[in-house]
Design a protein around this ligand. Structure first.
Ligand code: GCW
Length: 650
């Protein structure tokens, strides 16, 4: 059961006292027990079900939604009803979850159907074993430019299936070096072996693709998507890939972005690139997931008109409807880049005739590197619940990316994942709440951040109610605490350049990345109104007008949309500068509270968990003090306005 080299995360059956030797009686009605996914479901039941004295019936019921499940207790039996094997597997994990959450298995009558067809993880893992923006050790998929397959791959597949993930992209979107060869004979056998492991848990495998492969692998001069030789090369390659990798899902593509090759090089559109690849993989049932992270990363910081926030919409809105049916655009939750707070991308719902899915990041690149605690489900719920006003009813981001708004099947959510080969998979034990949470939320967008946090705490720690409440509360408050000591009112990017952890208020202010706060001696913020960059006008009404006016703009985004004087009075009656001072002092103080609450859990959680997390809180407090004092000192020196409360500002 549990491996000594790594934890079993929320599936730690040993800890739950499960006795694998006591066979659980499983019967099948309509399902074939030889089916690979059904066999995995039985394995999990045998491993993970405490209440062995029950009979579990895997019951095929065509009335259950695809990949959905129902749990129904009948006398001494529990029926797991599903119309397909994935649904049965998810139902089994739900049964194990129900027991871990102390539900009475004798009176079960519940179920879930997936909110999203695609529920995917994106690994920014490199073939050399490093992970771009990875804070949990090295890759467990690759090392020394080769593929690694073993028990850990199986456990990873189990963990992902246990929260309803059905797609995994195993390599970095910045496809370089050996990774380009993942679609060649050099790696087909190992990719197929890995694909089999994922298929046992109902998970499709995808690869990030190098758009310049025709040049780097095929020796062609160009990778122009409309060039006949390039198209012929991709056709041949697709035939080879889908023949050697039966069941392969398709490709994720980062093109014309941050130096990556793409159609723009040849004066072609993003749709030209995506559709060429789409048409080529279509005969094999493959899909193309095309990222919308396209912007000018060589901007002159003196240029106040160019706005990185506009880029995604400007590049992709006009081509709405031009993408073929097996192409889906993957769109980051915000217009910039996974900051602790951003407005919702206007491209979500802005596209009305194009398959689109949401990309979020649970690798904590800008949210604390899995040192600082930052539970991200509250942020993701804000994104999913956002009314785009793209239509009457069914206009939330959750409606759009699930396919409900447009009635499209190619839809869903992806997360840049936070795992690595650390013993505890996620660097900070508590960061696993985001790994677990993303899966559960992608499967059921109606769940609340608290419900998910509580499930994870129960599955992972099995605490008494009082302690459980403390840990759940810590998770729920952590995002706002991190935001308070790092970022005022929608300003991001004041991070150490390239590293993105500690403070550097002007670190990106004179760079080419379009990440400016434009602070001067009178005020701070970027004018994105119709008198500025016009970004606010990319939204439908009434959002456009709401953002355009500082009086109606949600205050947590005030400085994202407006350049505001330090003496401006916020709704609280405080001036902007006083809010900056107060929020940074409060944020650090609340981080200290988090650390104290964790201290009170000593003896209630495994000592190794307690010690590691305590150490991370010590680092977080150091970080919070640096953020507090550097940001406050910066704005005191810039504005010359003292803190009303006379606190230490250097
Ligand atoms: O957040 C930025 C990161 C890059 C990343 C890029 C992207 C994979 O700093 O490391 O590259 O976004 O999303 O492609």
């Amino acid at each position: 059961m549990g491996n000594s080299n790594w934890t079993q995360l929320w599936l730690d059956y040993d800890k739950k006292g499960c006795d694998a030797n006591k066979e659980v009686k499983v019967t099948f009605e309509g399902f074939d027990k030889a089916d690979r996914v059904i066999a995995s479901a039985v394995k999990e039941l045998t491993k993970g079900l405490l209440g062995k004295e029950r009979e579990i019936v895997l019951f095929k019921d065509e009335s259950v939604a695809a990949e959905g499940y129902k749990l129904f207790s009948q006398d001494r039996k529990v029926l797991v009803k599903a119309s397909d094997a994935n649904g049965a597997l998810y139902g089994v994990f739900a049964l194990i979850r129900a027991e871990a959450c102390s539900k009475d298995l004798a009176s079960l009558d519940e179920g879930e159907m997936p909110s999203n067809p695609l529920r995917m993880t994106n690994h920014w893992d490199n073939m050399d074993g490093s992970i771009e923006r990875g804070y949990s050790g090295q890759s467990f998929f690759f090392e020394n430019n080769d593929i690694v397959i073993g028990e850990r791959t199986v456990d990873y597949a189990r963990f992902m299936a246990s929260v309803g993930i059905n797609g995994v992209v195993i390599n970095n979107v910045n496809v370089k070096g050996a990774a380009t060869y993942l679609i060649t004979d050099r790696f087909f056998d190992k990719v197929q072996k890995m694909q089999e492991i994922f298929a046992d848990y109902g998970i499709k495998l995808y690869l990030s693709l190098n758009f310049a492969a025709p040049i780097e692998l095929g020796g062609l001069e160009v990778c122009d998507p409309l060039d006949e030789d390039v198209i012929a090369w991709w056709k041949e390659k697709a035939k080879e890939v889908f023949t050697r990798l039966p069941g392969f899902g398709g490709f994720l593509v980062k093109a014309d972005s941050e130096g990556r090759p793409g159609p723009f090089t040849y004066g072609r559109t993003q749709a030209d690139g995506a559709n060429m690849l789409g048409d080529i993989v279509a005969p094999y049932g493959g899909i193309i997931i095309w990222r919308c992270f396209v912007y000018n990363c060589t901007q002159d910081w003196r240029d106040y008109k160019t706005d990185r926030a506009r880029a995604g919409y400007d590049y992709f809105k006009d081509l709405d409807g031009a993408y073929h049916d097996n192409v889906i655009l993957q769109i980051k939750n915000g217009p910039m880049d996974f900051q602790i707070r951003e407005p919702i991308s206007p491209l979500l719902g802005g596209l009305t005739k194009t398959n689109q899915m949401l990309e979020v990041q649970i690798a904590q690149e800008y949210t604390g590197h899995q040192i600082d605690l930052c539970y991200l489900m509250p942020m993701f719920k804000e994104v999913l619940d956002f009314h785009t006003h793209c239509c009457e009813g069914k206009d939330t981001v959750a409606d759009v990316v699930s396919g409900r708004t447009m009635g499209n099947k190619l839809a869903g959510m992806a997360a840049v994942i936070n795992t690595g080969n650390d013993y505890n998979w996620t660097g900070n034990y508590l960061a696993a709440a985001n790994t677990y949470g993303f899966g559960r939320l992608a499967f059921n967008t109606e769940l609340t951040s608290e419900e998910i946090a509580r499930e994870w705490v129960r599955m992972s720690f099995g605490l008494e109610k009082a302690e459980e409440d403390k840990l759940v509360d810590m998770l729920l408050r952590s995002r706002e605490i991190y935001e308070k000591y790092t970022s005022p009112l929608g300003i991001g990017w004041m991070v150490t350049p390239n590293v993105h952890y500690g403070p550097s208020v002007d670190g990106y202010e004179y760079s080419r990345w379009g990440t400016y706060h434009r602070a001067d001696h009178l005020g701070i913020g970027v004018d994105r109104t119709d008198k500025g960059t016009g970004y606010a006008q990319q939204y439908y009404e009434p959002n456009a007008s709401m953002y355009n006016d500082p009086a109606t703009c949600p205050e947590e985004l005030l400085l994202f949309f407006h350049h505001i004087p330090y003496t401006y009075k916020l709704k609280t009656g405080k001036t902007l500068i006083q809010h900056i001072y107060d929020s940074h002092f409060e944020g650090e103080a609340e981080a200290e509270e988090l650390a104290k609450t964790w201290d009170s859990l000593e003896g209630k959680v495994p000592q190794e968990v307690f010690n590691l997390v305590k150490h991370r809180f010590e680092m977080q407090l150091y970080n919070a003090k640096e953020w507090r004092d550097q940001v406050n000192s910066y704005f005191f020196r810039k504005s010359g306005i003292a803190d009303e409360k006379g606190r230490e500002i250097y």
